[in-house]
Design a protein around this ligand. Structure first.
Ligand code: ADP
Length: 431
């Protein structure tokens, strides 16, 4: 869908002034094309509460709400319920009814703010209270994130309708953290008009995660964020690396869209752009078929038949050459970026941080990435690396390492809740 063509729902119109935002709970919403993920946090302590996923919205026969609600002892109680939600608004209303029945019957009045994950925010460098201008920006950015931003807007309209104008809603952009990149990092080598007139530039993604990792790494290193230089590796189904100097992003591997950079589960990452022209001109694929090929059929999936690195590792273990190639390519691309970012940061790096599904769980991949990097100051302790699984922070640096190697589980929802509260409290102070 093109920019400006996103249907503006019959939502409560966003206001320009800060709403009151009283209450003790923050609701984090991540709306996709056929799903809404949610998580509740206590505002004061930022402790997580109930969380869930409403999946297959718009497919009433298969629509299901899965949730986890901590009991009085903090043990998670699991729920799974088929609810026929025809659109995001009915799904949001059903989520509220579920919370009403299973968490707190006064929840709606306890919510002090709603934070929305937004994939693309163009040049927005901070999370923003939702105003007509911010909504317009999310609409405009849909041209670069056609699968993400329009459903985010549906989530926004639905929760505005459910909560009304007095609960402040905040947009937290995946692109915002990367706005500190200098032009030499974000401008493409295209005619300058492409940037000036058409906003074609590198934006970067996973910013909420990279920001969280930088804050956590600074705490682990006992440094101020503003004095922390790190290379953060968010390695999941989608993967990206960021170079961070003094707490600020100076470069990142994803570009105008999340397609650029590392080899990913289903995305090709960096390729010669002429490959795209060749595929279209010589092999006859349409623009949309090429888009599907590069975003959904490439990467580990295209090379090995599986987008799941666990399956790829298993295949490599059995001697399957394509699985070995996929694993080697994944590792090589991360090493290439780490090496490039070491140079970009003048070798002044405090730590390399590993996170997300692969970075948090695969000692094998972390070990392969850091192998033979002693000359760069990176060394990993074998036992500490092997023990660093299961969602805990760990320093896996080996003896003689000049640069720490850290494993830090990411928590994008917590980061969104934190940023949402900062915006709402800032707006309240300014009012
Ligand atoms: P995303 O949020 O981008 O969908 P995640 O961060 O949840 O992805 O990461 C999912 C990926 O993590 C899976 O595709 C899988 O390849 C990988 N993964 C999870 N555990 C392991 C493991 N123990 N070893 C290797 N890869 C793993």
């Amino acid at each position: 869908m093109l920019a400006g063509k996103v249907p503006v729902g019959s939502a409560v119109p966003p206001r320009n002034t800060a709403p009151s935002g009283k209450g003790s709970k923050v609701l984090v919403v991540n709306a996709g094309s056929s799903s809404i993920k949610f998580k509740i946090f206590t505002a004061e302590t930022l402790l997580p509460g109930a969380a869930g996923l409403f999946d297959r919205i718009g497919d009433p026969a298969n629509c299901v709400l899965k949730a986890s609600v901590p009991d009085d002892g903090g043990k998670p109680k699991k729920f799974e319920k088929k609810i026929p939600a025809k659109d995001h608004l009915t799904a949001m209303q059903d989520i509220m009814s579920f919370i009403d029945e299973n968490v707190s019957s006064t929840f709606a009045s306890e919510v002090c703010a709603v934070g929305h994950r937004i994939v693309h925010g163009l040049d927005m460098s901070q999370p923003k209270l939702l105003t007509p201008d911010v909504i317009r920006c999310i609409q405009d950015a849909s041209m670069f994130a056609p699968l993400h931003n329009p459903p985010h807007l549906q989530g926004i309209y639905a929760s505005q309708k459910v909560f009304g104008p007095d609960v402040p809603q905040v947009a937290v952009f995946d692109t915002a953290f990367h706005q500190t990149m200098p032009p030499e990092s974000y401008v493409y080598g295209l005619p300058y008009d492409m940037y000036e007139k058409h906003k074609i530039r590198r934006y970067g993604f996973h910013g909420t995660s990279h920001k969280y990792l930088v804050d956590q790494a600074a705490a682990m290193l006992g440094k101020k964020v503003s004095e922390t230089n790190v290379i953060t590796c968010h390695l999941g189904n989608g993967s990206s690396v960021a170079a961070v100097r003094g707490g600020q992003c100076v470069d990142t591997s994803m570009g105008m869209t999340p397609l650029e950079g590392l080899l990913m589960g289903t995305r090709c990452g960096d390729i010669d752009p002429a490959v795209v022209l060749h595929i279209q001109n010589q092999l006859g694929l349409s623009a949309s078929e090429t888009d599907t090929l590069l975003n959904k059929k490439s990467g580990l999936l295209g090379l090995t038949g599986s987008n799941d690195l666990r399956t790829v590792i298993e295949g490599a273990g059995k001697g399957e050459p394509r699985s070995q190639l996929g694993l080697d390519m994944f590792v090589r691309r991360v090493r290439k970026y780490i090496g490039a970012y070491m140079a970009m940061l003048d070798g002044q790096v405090d730590a390399v941080v590993f996170s997300a599904g692969i970075g948090e769980n695969s000692a094998l991949v972390r070990g392969l990435i850091c192998d033979r990097m002693q000359a760069l100051g990176i060394a990993v302790d074998k036992d500490a690396n092997a023990a660093a699984v299961g969602g805990k922070q760990a320093d896996i640096s080996g003896p003689g390492a000049r640069i720490r190697a850290l494993v830090i589980p990411t928590d994008e929802e917590l980061s969104i809740a934190q940023q949402t509260l900062q915006v709402v409290r800032g707006a309240a102070l300014a009012a």
